[in-house]
Design a protein around this ligand. Structure first.
Ligand SMILES: [Zn+2]
Length: 223
């Protein structure tokens, strides 16, 4: 057996529940969930980190963090001791350049795609209703007792700007443009496992575990 059996990447469109699944996997296998968004924020706010200033300059001015810099931070992160039994990447790699960087520093075992079709993503997001206190409801999946009024605090509900259909459609275009070539790359390597994300959270998670266990059994010759 390799000493790093679980180097995993999770992909999924917005509102696919990817973050939730990453946390469940991390808890189950006792390996860290590395979300690039969280990692960037953590390094930015850690003034003792030599990259903190550079990140602040970029992020506070709304500038993009380069592939090179992101890859450098991920490379540092996965060298940490808590990654010795593996890790789960969420939000990385996002470009083909980042895939090349990751190939140099890792040995990815599994790439999961939590697959939710565009129509369902649009329905999941455009049905969201929020109040000014941050309570979020959904017209279909968690409706309030009274239309347009928050059950928790009684405030008026509205559609967040990011949740309108045009914005979601744009985000999906960007997602597919970036992600589809990356998924193809891992598909060719036989590492891509597609999970139907249009199921209950628990079922999605069980499907991932089932595929992992079957593959491990096959590797160990116990199947
Ligand atoms: Zn509320």
């Amino acid at each position: 057996m390799r000493d790093k059996p679980f180097e995993i990447i999770l992909f999924g469109p917005p509102a696919s529940g990817k973050g939730t699944q990453a946390k469940l996997l991390a808890d189950t296998f006792k390996i860290p969930h590395i979300s690039t968004g969280d990692l960037l924020r953590a390094i930015k706010s850690d003034k003792s980190n030599p990259l903190s200033q550079e990140l602040s300059d970029l992020m506070d001015n709304g500038k993009l963090v380069s592939d090179e810099l992101i890859s450098k931070m991920v490379a540092e992160r996965i060298k940490a001791d808590d990654c010795r039994f593996g890790f789960i990447l969420d939000g990385y790699p996002r470009t083909e350049e980042q895939v090349k960087d990751l190939e140099k520093i890792s040995n990815i075992d599994y790439v999961f795609l939590i697959d939710v079709n565009d129509k369902a993503v649009i329905e999941r997001i455009s049905g969201r209703r929020s109040c000014k206190n941050g309570h979020v409801w959904h017209t279909k999946y968690s409706p309030t007792k009274e239309d347009g009024v928050c059950d928790t605090c009684g405030e008026e509900l509205y559609i967040r700007d990011d949740d309108n259909e045009d914005k979601i459609t744009k985000r999906l275009e960007i997602y597919h443009g970036n992600t589809d070539p990356i998924l193809n790359f891992y598909k060719k390597q036989n590492k891509l496992i597609r999970i139907d994300g249009d199921q209950h959270i628990e079922i999605v998670f069980r499907s991932m575990i089932k595929d992992l266990v079957e593959d491990l059994r096959a590797q160990l010759g116990t199947k």
